[in-house]
Ligand binder design. Structure first.
Ligand SMILES: Cc1cc2nc3c(=O)[nH]c(=O)nc-3n(C[C@H](O)[C@H](O)[C@H](O)COP(=O)(O)OP(=O)(O)OC[C@H]3O[C@@H](n4cnc5c(N)ncnc54)[C@H](O)[C@@H]3O)c2cc1C
Length: 262
């Protein structure tokens, strides 16, 4: 079995974000990390590998030269190899652009399953899994909280209001997973050392059958028109209770009623 794990390089959540003059995120001025949701997809791929002898897990990242660091981090969990798509023409691509690049990178790759996080921590569009499945003309099982592989079938559970749904599809397929699916392991020292020398196949746009006219900021279907900084956090109202609890309770009730929560 061959599993592909697409991962994203994102600004550290705690880092102060800045915007470039072209209204894209300044990705070089801040510390970059492996997208947190992709640790769950990597963990799930490794658990399938441990249950299914002969399984190979390959990480795939669309990102600039610096994304090699993110790829090595993903490899340090014990993955087998990596594919990076890097090309100046990719900068500023929207979700559709990135999905077409990932699909192009997989066009001549053998694989049975693509396991992704359900969302990135910077853009949070949650569009990639479904868009990738569309470009690859494969079934998509998204927001999975449980995954089972049975021969050529993947069966998944996902949470629904008031319960959960069981869905299944024939392989090859694309799945996205959510936090509830597992508890990611920490990379071992052996894994970190081994990751330094694991093979990374680097492809450019031409290698994935695309050209700069099809992706990038200029050709994005979505354009950021304006960026307004979030207003500074206002100090909350302080309520002094007289010890009876009623003053605080009444103030809270009034607050909730005024905002139509009650
Ligand atoms: C603040 C902000 C807002 C944006 N808004 C939009 C928007 O409204 N519409 C739009 O089309 N684009 C938008 N973009 C661009 C979008 O972030 C990128 O195109 C991105 O690569 C794909 O979308 P996502 O991060 O939301 O992916 P999501 O769908 O949220 O990510 C899901 C999974 O896809 C995989 N993945 C995501 N990116 C990559 C990658 N580069 N390489 C490999 N795997 C990947 C990971 O497994 C990830 O867990 C925005 C970017 C920013 C920074």
């Amino acid at each position: 079995m061959r599993i592909i794990c697409p991962v994203k390089r994102v600004p550290d959540t705690a880092a102060k974000k800045a915007v470039e003059p072209d209204l894209t995120l300044d990705r070089d001025g801040v510390e970059a990390v492996l997208n947190a949701n992709d640790e769950w997809s990597i963990e799930e791929a490794l658990r399938i590998k441990e249950r299914t002898p002969g399984t190979e897990v390959v990480v795939l990242c669309v990102g600039p030269e610096q994304a090699q660091q993110t790829i090595r981090k993903a490899l340090s969990y014990g993955l087998d190899g990596a594919i990076q798509v890097s090309d100046p023409g990719i900068s500023g691509s929207d979700a559709s652009g990135i999905a077409s690049i990932v699909a192009g990178a997989l066009a001549d790759e053998e694989f049975d399953l693509v396991i992704m996080g359900n969302q990135s921590s910077d853009a949070r569009t949650m569009l990639l899994p479904a868009m990738l499945a569309e470009y690859l003309d494969l079934p998509a099982l998204t927001y999975c909280t449980k995954l089972d592989i049975d021969g050529d079938t993947v069966r998944a559970e996902r949470e629904m209001p008031g319960g959960h749904q069981v869905v299944e599809a024939k392989l090859p397929a694309v799945v996205s997973v959510v936090e509830a699916i597992n508890e990611p392991r920490y990379p071992s020292f052996k894994g970190i050392m081994a990751a330094k020398s694991k093979p990374v196949v680097v492809k450019d746009l031409q290698d994935v059958g695309l050209d700069a006219e099809m992706v990038g900021l200029e050709h994005a279907w979505t354009q950021v028109l304006e960026v307004t900084p979030r207003p500074p956090r206002q100090a909350g109202d302080k309520v002094e209770d007289d010890g009876s609890g009623t003053v605080g309770a009444k103030a809270l009730a009034d607050f909730l009623v005024a905002r139509k929560f009650l």
